[in-house]
Design a protein around this ligand. Structure first.
Ligand SMILES: [Zn+2]
Length: 141
């Protein structure tokens, strides 16, 4: 059976820089020039200082973080992922800032080995030319 393709990002003006960087295997987030807050997901307003007008720049981050919570998908809604179940969708807190959390798949980890706080690092799922999606893998010891 042919598996349908996995969905690819559809950038909008707010998220375009994030997806361009991801396609180059770089993880970037917005930083508020007014207060220094790192923002993810891409936003049109700084949720910390509400600076008006918003003044963001894109900055690279390490891609390292710790597992804060997760869910195990055992019955995928999307046929493209059906043969990969069970898989893990994780919320990872990045080391750069408390509360800077990114939700993405966590791959190459046995479901029974999941523990709060395990160190993870970003990797990228290349889904199509110019369309890569961040995901996480367990960090090398
Ligand atoms: Zn701010």
């Amino acid at each position: 059976m042919n598996r349908p393709p996995k969905p690819v990002p559809v950038p909008d003006p707010t998220s375009e820089e994030f997806w361009v960087a991801a396609s180059e295997h770089r993880l970037v987030v917005q930083r508020c020039r007014a207060c220094g807050w790192l923002a993810y997901p891409p936003s049109t307003v700084c949720r910390r200082c509400l600076h008006d007008p918003p003044d963001f720049e894109w900055v690279p981050i390490s891609g390292s973080g710790n597992l804060k919570t997760w869910t195990v998908v055992r019955d995928s809604f999307l046929p493209a992922f059906a043969d990969e179940t069970p898989y893990v969708v994780a919320e990872v807190e990045m080391i750069e800032q408390a509360g800077l959390r990114i939700i993405a798949r966590l791959v190459d980890v046995d479901v029974d080995d999941l523990r709060l706080g395990i160190p993870v690092e970003v990797a990228f799922d290349d889904r199509a030319p110019g369309a890569s999606v961040p995901q996480f893998v367990r960090a090398a010891p």
